[in-house]
Ligand binder design. Structure first.
Ligand code: HEM
Length: 351
């Protein structure tokens, strides 16, 4: 009975077919990742370029109004996510699942120091990480298919703190993807040419350069998303539109170095900035006017006070003078009366 089972396994073609499926899904995902990184890297050409790419991915060119169809992205993510899960399920067959298996592989690697074997081990490690990190990213994309634009992506990277996940995932997927494509060439004899050893060296060089190229684009793009997200952190969730708001460059020093390309955006920016400056200027002017008025009022008040004081002082003075005068000539209080009376007479005679 045992022999029968062993024979059936030995003769079964399923493992080979699973290998083929793994290679097939790996090839599609690997090439997808190169395209994906170039599309995400469009942020390096400016927000307008990334927005154009995002809208094109939403098939906006099919609609009259130019708005996109997030459902198109939803189905694309669903397709990639399914491939991702199938590829992971096929890949897990090769994982060293016990400590014993792991120790054996590590010791053989140490003994052979064979570069391709070492590369395979790194594929296993990066694949393991992508089980978790890739799934998070894909689930977010699946549930937010219409939320891909320069600001919403930047908000995810900065304000939703996705950047650490993206950074680790970036290294994992670029290392895993390029090693995977290189190993596919080795496994299926692609680009072998007449001298396999030579073409192996060449392919290895292409692999290393592709890894460095896509990692650099990924890290730079992540940095730009981070800076945009930082500048946009007071308006999280505000989507990008072609006439975007003006304050973004004034928020973070050196924010958004890639925006220079979009002339239209800078014109709108400039006019809104002058608008704001004008507003500020009028406010300052108004404040100055008020201040001036206050000063004037204070001055008037002060002068009135001084006038009053001087009147009072004058009054006091005359009062003092009369007091002096009365004290000086105490015996003829009637004189004043006579004088007043005399004055009255003369005025009445005159009249
Ligand atoms: C159709 C499926 C996918 C779509 C629509 C998609 C979309 C995106 C978008 C829009 C970004 C920019 C950041 C953001 O908006 O949050 C991004 C970044 C990223 N994606 Fe994907 N993605 C997909 C599949 C994958 C897969 C399968 C992986 C790897 C397992 C992956 C790895 C990454 C990495 C590492 C970044 C950061 C890029 C950078 O360094 O700037 N993506 N993706």
């Amino acid at each position: 009975m045992e022999r029968l089972v062993k024979d059936r396994i030995k003769k079964s073609r399923i493992p080979a077919r699973l290998d083929l499926a793994q290679s097939g899904t790996g090839l599609v995902l690997g090439l997808f990742m190169w395209v994906h990184m170039l599309l995400v890297g469009s942020i390096l050409l400016g927000k307008g370029s990334f927005n154009f790419v995002a809208k094109t991915m939403e098939l906006s060119f099919l609609s009259d109004t130019g708005h996109g169809y997030p459902s198109a992205v939803f189905f694309a993510v669903l397709g990639v996510f399914s491939l991702f899960i199938i590829h992971a399920a096929l890949g897990v067959r090769k994982f060293p699942i016990s400590w014993k298996q792991h120790t054996i592989i590590r010791s053989q690697m140490g003994m052979m120091n064979h570069s391709d074997t070492n590369l395979w081990y790194w594929q296993v490690v990066t694949g393991f990480f992508m089980f978790f990190l890739g799934s998070v990213h894909l689930f977010v994309m699946l549930t937010h298919p219409g939320q891909i634009d320069p600001y919403l992506s930047a908000d995810r990277v900065f304000s939703s703190t996705m950047w650490p996940l993206y950074l680790v995932l970036l290294f994992c997927v670029e290392v895993h993807g390029t090693i995977g494509l290189y190993r596919l060439c080795m496994k299926w004899g692609w680009f072998a040419g007449t001298d396999p050893a030579k073409s192996r060296e060449k392919l290895k060089m292409v692999k290393n350069r592709a890894t460095i190229f896509f990692l650099s684009i990924g890290v730079l793009a992540l940095l730009v998303f981070f800076i945009i997200g930082w500048g946009h952190s007071d308006r999280v969730g505000e989507p990008y539109n072609t006439g975007h708001t003006a304050v973004e460059d004034s928020v973070a020093p050196g924010a958004d170095p890639v925006d220079a390309g979009t002339e239209e955006a800078t014109e709108v920016e400039a006019s809104e900035e002058t608008g704001e400056e004008l507003e500020e200027a009028t406010e300052v002017e108004a404040a100055e006017e008020i201040a001036e008025e206050a000063v004037e009022a204070a001055e008037v008040e002060a002068s009135e006070e001084t006038a009053e004081e001087s009147v009072e002082a004058a009054d006091d003075e005359t009062a003092e003078e009369t007091a002096v005068e009365t004290t000086e000539a105490p015996s003829a209080p009637s004189d004043i009366h006579v004088e007043v009376e005399a004055n009255d007479h003369t005025t009445s005679n005159k009249e």
